[in-house]
Design a protein around this ligand. Structure first.
Ligand code: UDP
Length: 141
C-alpha cells in the first residue's frame, strides 16, 4: 500500500478534555508519523470554508459554532494507507456507533462533539493539508 498523508484535527471538545497526547499515542502506535502540527483558533470564516462541502446541511451552523468554540490541534499524518488507517482509528461519525477502542468511542460525547476529523479520500486530504500547511512546513522523514 502507498505511503499517504492525511489531515487530522483534534476538535475543541477533545482539546478541552486534555487528551491530545493520548490521541497522538494512538496515531504513533498505529505506525502513523506526525509530520506537521499546529494549534489553531479557527475564525468563523475559516471554519465555514473548511467545511464548505456541508454548507447546505442542517447541522452546518452548529458544526461551525462548535469548531470555533475553542482551539483545535491540526496535524498531518503520514504512513502506509494513512487515510483509511486514520479513519479506522477515529471510528464512526456518531460515537454511539463507533467500534470499541476507537478514538470517538473513547473520547467523543456526541455526533456534533466527536473529538476528531480525518480526511476521507486522497483528493480531500490534499485540499485539507494545503488549507492548513504550506508545503515548506511539512517534515517528512
Ligand atoms: N455532523 C454533525 N451532525 C450530523 C452529521 C455530521 O454534527 O448529523 C458533524 C460531525 O462533527 C462530523 C462533521 O459534521 O464529524 C462532518 O461530517 P461527515 O459526515 O463528513 O463525518 P466524518 O467524516 O467527520 O466522520
Amino acid at each position: 500500500m502507498a505511503i499517504e498523508r492525511t489531515l487530522s484535527i483534534i476538535k475543541p471538545d477533545a482539546v478541552a478534555k486534555n487528551v491530545i497526547g493520548q490521541i497522538y499515542a494512538r496515531f504513533e502506535n498505529a505506525g502513523l508519523k506526525i509530520v506537521a502540527a499546529r494549534m489553531v483558533q479557527l475564525s468563523r470564516q475559516e471554519a465555514e470554508q473548511f467545511y464548505g462541502v456541508h454548507k447546505d446541511r442542517p447541522f452546518f451552523k452548529d458544526l461551525v459554532d462548535f469548531m470555533i468554540s475553542g482551539p483545535v490541534m491540526v496535524q498531518v499524518l503520514e504512513g502506509e494507507g494513512a487515510i483509511a488507517k486514520n479513519r479506522e482509528l477515529m471510528g464512526a461519525t456518531d460515537p454511539k456507533k463507533a467500534d470499541a477502542g476507537t478514538i470517538r468511542a473513547d473520547f467523543a460525547d456526541s455526533i456534533d462533539a466527536n473529538a476528531v476529523h480525518g480526511s476521507d479520500a486522497p483528493e480531500t486530504a490534499q485540499v485539507e493539508i494545503a488549507f492548513f500547511f504550506p508545503a515548506l512546513n511539512i517534515y517528512s522523514r
